[in-house]
Design a protein around this ligand. Structure first.
Ligand SMILES: [Zn+2]
Length: 615
């Protein structure tokens, strides 16, 4: 079994370590099941083809296309996904596949040192994470041997004198050093699991001082950077805090969370249009929703994370959903554990509902929806990528095929937390959690009918004789008449957003707790510079319109001109007289997450401004 964790910081809350939380039938559970089956169906020979060829071994079968065909860059993430999916489901086929793939990769590494030596920062970090997951969740001891050899090789080869400002320019790409600032997370993890000083020393070499110091000082002059990996780097700062205990790391991630969620995210929680975060342009989020036909669009080009000037292109959507969600799920988990503050469940909730829940299924040819589009001129959900590399390589089996299966594995790990006094409910997915409090076994079940609804029901399935606390996270958007009932009686709690609503008593089997957070309609303008462009939200769900429209209506009071036509499906329709310039027209809004593939939708819509109609 893994060694006892090292590090001096005590977390306020504990997560479930991918154990003892069962997902019940819900869209997320079906998504997880489908994803696991799809990944199980991919032939082992295909996953291993690249490594076997590289090692000069017999390589039966066919290699995969796209990114994986060129460097098998997400192999480590796939090992990690199989390991964690096994831990959360107990499906032995997942363990068997993970162990076979790791063993066969090991044979390639033993046959040819170049299998160890060919990995740049990006691939090394993913291999390290995957083998640590194999060790931690499957007890795969050999994983540590490979971590050690991979790290010795990386420490001998990685170029130290690269620009450390995080700009992803040609120097990083040419030296295979991209996303170097995400290295510390798994290196600190390796140190905690093994106690081997070399991981600690190597981790410290890659502190992302440029970004973390600025966040710490609340200096927002960061400049355009690659989106997902900036948020992912906050997980490195979190691990640095857990191991070193220096307060500045925690300040960096708390300030980073606030800065990004308040100024750089869309209503969905998604961020990084064209994978760009912290852009210098004012109103960047809104500008990136406009195409060149739009008369209000200010600049034809903008400076991006590579340092060059590029045009907006809708092959590069509004949010790289799978990878961005992965980074958000992790940083929310660190912050919830470290601080115990309820507000850090909010971003994960947004990305669960308006991010990954809206993803079409990944297929066995390595097609995944790379980007979600929130454009004013509309978007469709599709797993097809219309980009081609100079050498003809396509974008199949890209990065998101490494993160999406990890996202679905994470579902069961982000719902509940515990401390000595009881259990905390952070996300409201249908599920069952078994835990121990005051030395006694207890089981709490979320037995709600709907995936997303204002009323959630919980049941105590098992409890001991001692009193314990059940704490419910009150969502960020829940500004209405929130109520919590116990066995039908009002608890008297008036829970306010971003806090824990706490119930403490001796619980009995079949006690039922009803949590009510009323949903209401709300338009959220995209940013301060584009207040006439907004997305309609209903509770936690972002809705999208069926046609491109200039609306004439009170943005502050959508309930006066938009009415519900189907409650369960959350379908809304405008009253006549609000679609410019056609008084007879109406528009229908549906939850973005429920929209099918290849159907046009319009998430961000436009409002007629005081100064009159647009030209
Ligand atoms: Zn990706």
């Amino acid at each position: 079994m893994p060694a006892i964790g090292r590090g001096i910081k005590m977390d306020r809350l504990k997560d479930f370590q991918y154990r003892k939380v069962e997902l019940k039938n819900s869209l997320w559970e079906r998504q997880r099941r489908d994803t696991a089956e799809t990944y199980l169906s991919i032939p082992n020979d295909s996953f291993l083809y690249y490594f076997r060829k590289l090692a000069g071994l017999e390589a039966p079968g066919e290699g995969l296309t796209g990114w994986y065909g060129n460097g098998a860059s997400t192999f480590g993430q796939k090992l990690g996904a199989f390991a964690k999916l096994y831990a959360v489901t107990g499906d032995y086929r997942l363990k068997e596949k993970a162990v076979y793939l790791a063993d066969e990769w090991g044979k390639c590494a033993e046959a040819a040192q170049k299998v160890i030596d060919c990995n740049g920062t990006y691939v090394y970090e993913k291999l390290l994470g995957g083998f640590l997951d194999m060790y931690e969740y499957l007890g795969y001891e050999k994983g540590l041997v490979w971590c050690s050899l991979l790290t010795d090789s990386a420490a001998a080869r990685f170029k130290r004198d690269i620009p450390r400002d995080g700009l992803q320019g040609p120097e990083l790409c040419d030296n295979d050093m991209i996303e170097w600032y995400t290295l510390p997370e798994n290196l600190y993890r390796a140190y905690r699991l093994t106690g081997d000083q070399k991981y600690l020393d190597f981790a410290r070499e890659w502190d992302y001082t440029y970004l973390w110091d600025k966040l710490c000082r609340r200096d927002t002059s960061i400049g355009p950077r690659h989106a997902y990996s900036q948020v992912n780097s906050l997980s490195s700062a979190a691990m640095a805090y857990e191991v070193a205990g220096e307060k500045t790391y925690l300040e960096a991630i708390e300030n980073g969370y606030e800065e990004i969620t308040e100024k750089h995210t869309y209503a969905t929680g998604g961020y990084g249009p064209a994978e760009c975060l912290f852009a210098e342009e004012e109103g960047f989020l809104g500008e990136m929703l406009k195409d060149s036909w739009d008369p209000t669009k200010r600049n034809a080009v903008y400076r991006n994370f590579g340092g060059g000037y590029v045009t907006r292109n809708d092959n590069w959507g509004s949010c790289e959903v799978s990878c961005c969600a992965w980074a958000v799920f992790k940083i929310c988990n660190y912050l919830l554990r470290i601080t115990g503050k309820a507000k850090y469940g909010a971003w994960a909730e947004q990305m669960l509902i308006n991010g990954v829940a809206g993803q079409p299924p990944i297929d066995s040819q390595g097609h995944v929806m790379y980007y979600a589009g929130y454009f004013v001129d509309g978007a469709v959900k599709s797993v097809h990528d219309r980009r081609l590399q100079g050498n003809g390589a396509n974008f199949e089996w890209q990065c998101c095929t490494g993160t999406f299966p990890q996202d679905v594995a994470e579902y069961a790990n982000m719902l509940y937390y515990t401390d000595e006094d009881g259990i905390y409910v952070s996300q409201y997915m249908q599920s069952r959690a078994a835990f121990t409090v005051s030395g006694e076994e207890a089981v709490l079940e979320n037995c709600s009918d709907e995936d997303i609804a204002p009323v959630r029901r919980f049941r105590i399935q098992e409890a001991g004789s001692s009193p314990f606390r059940i704490c419910f996270r009150v969502p960020h958007w829940a500004g209405g008449e929130n109520r919590i009932l116990v066995n039908g009686e009002d608890s008297g709690l008036k829970p306010s957003p971003d806090t824990w609503a706490v119930l403490k008593r001796v619980w009995k089997e079949d006690d039922v707790i009803t949590v009510i957070y009323p949903f209401r309609l709300e338009f959220k303008p995209v940013d301060d510079k584009n207040k006439d462009i907004a997305a309609l939200c209903f509770g936690p769900a972002v809705l999208a319109a069926d046609k491109m429209t200039l609306f004439d209506g009170d943005m502050e009071k959508p309930e006066t001109w938009i009415t519900c036509v189907e409650e369960k499906e959350m379908i809304f329709r405008t009253l006549p007289g609000h679609v410019c310039p056609y008084p007879q027209e109406v528009r229908t809004f549906r939850p973005y997450y429920r929209l099918p593939v290849m159907e046009w939708y319009f998430m961000y819509v436009r409002f007629r401004t005081q100064t009159g109609e647009r030209g």
